[in-house]
Design a protein around this ligand. Structure first.
Ligand code: ACO
Length: 256
């Protein structure tokens, strides 16, 4: 298994190894993220047992995560890692490098798993994007989301722009990103950025309830249905109807 401690991550397997709970575990830094953490997430995704079908992402301490570790952009970088953009990196290399960082976020869309972000406290920048990478989000009533990148002279580049626009629409996504304002949990719920808001202290119970419900559905059907739903926004009706037929044939013939 990847060197999780070094990456600031914890892994717990439950429900007879069907549920992986990944905890961002740098509470003293509000779980600030770094390239090593994103690599840790990528490595972890490749090493999870085949039995895992639900992944829960949560944060240790007072916040889900304060986003990118701001030391990543200093010449020294995050201790033990160096700068996020090594000096002398050319434009094409940088495009490749950011692609590597994005892998830590992209795998959460894999139909193999249903993924849940359990958000409390802050979800800023990269953390908001990490939550957006999950299929489902549950937040506590004290949770605050913020797409802070533009306020720091950056663009959101950790795979969050597509789900954001898909969920809230282009005008609202523009407003949220270009003002970099804080979105309280109640508004996040109204915008459908989170599926459920629960009392502070009620997060673990709410996640457990959702996990239990998800596990009731047969694993193969869940996987095929996620795959189908995930492609719906990019498909025409004809394409989606065909995808439904193909997926159903796959289900119906599986026992033969
Ligand atoms: N990077 C590095 N260290 C951080 C970060 C961060 N993103 N966020 C918090 N920390 C550290 C603080 O420096 C502080 O360290 P110290 O105890 O050595 O002084 C410790 O974590 C606790 O932070 P506080 O600010 O004291 O905690 P508080 O609960 O009051 O505030 C909050 C939390 C709102 C998250 C605040 O820390 C904050 O605004 N952090 C920066 C958020 C940010 O700009 N992230 C980058 C977004 S852009 C992107 O992700 C691409």
């Amino acid at each position: 298994m990847a060197d999780l401690e070094k990456a600031g991550l914890l892994l717990d397997l439950g429900h007879e190894d069907t549920v992986a709970t990944i905890t961002l575990n740098r509470p003293e830094r509000r779980n600030a993220q770094s390239p090593a953490m994103w690599k840790g997430l990528t490595d972890l995704s490749e090493e999870l047992p085949e039995s895992v079908r639900v992944v829960v992402l949560k944060g240790a301490g007072p916040s889900f995560s304060a986003g990118l570790d701001l030391r990543a952009f200093t010449p020294e970088g995050v201790p033990g890692e160096g700068p996020a953009v090594p000096p002398g990196t050319g434009p094409e290399e940088l495009v490749e490098l950011i692609g590597e960082y994005q892998r830590g976020f992209r795998w959460l869309r894999d139909p193999r798993f249903t993924t849940i972000a359990a958000v409390h406290g802050h979800a800023i920048g990269a953390a908001f994007q990490l939550a957006l990478s999950c299929d489902l989000r549950i937040a506590t009533e004290d949770a605050r989301f913020c797409m802070k990148e533009p306020a720091l002279g950056l663009v959101p580049d950790l795979t969050g722009t597509k789900p954001l626009v898909d969920i809230v629409g282009l005008p609202r996504a523009l407003e949220l990103c270009l003002t970099a304002r804080v979105i309280p949990a109640a508004e996040a719920y109204e915008l459908r950025l989170v599926e459920k808001v629960v009392a502070t202290g009620g997060l673990d119970a709410a996640v457990e309830e959702l996990v239990t419900a998800l596990l009731q559905v047969e694993a193969g059907a869940a996987r095929a249905t996620k795959e189908l739903l995930r492609q719906a926004p990019g498909n025409t009706l004809d394409e989606q109807c065909l995808a439904e037929r193909r997926a159903q044939v796959g289900r119906l013939l599986r026992a033969r």
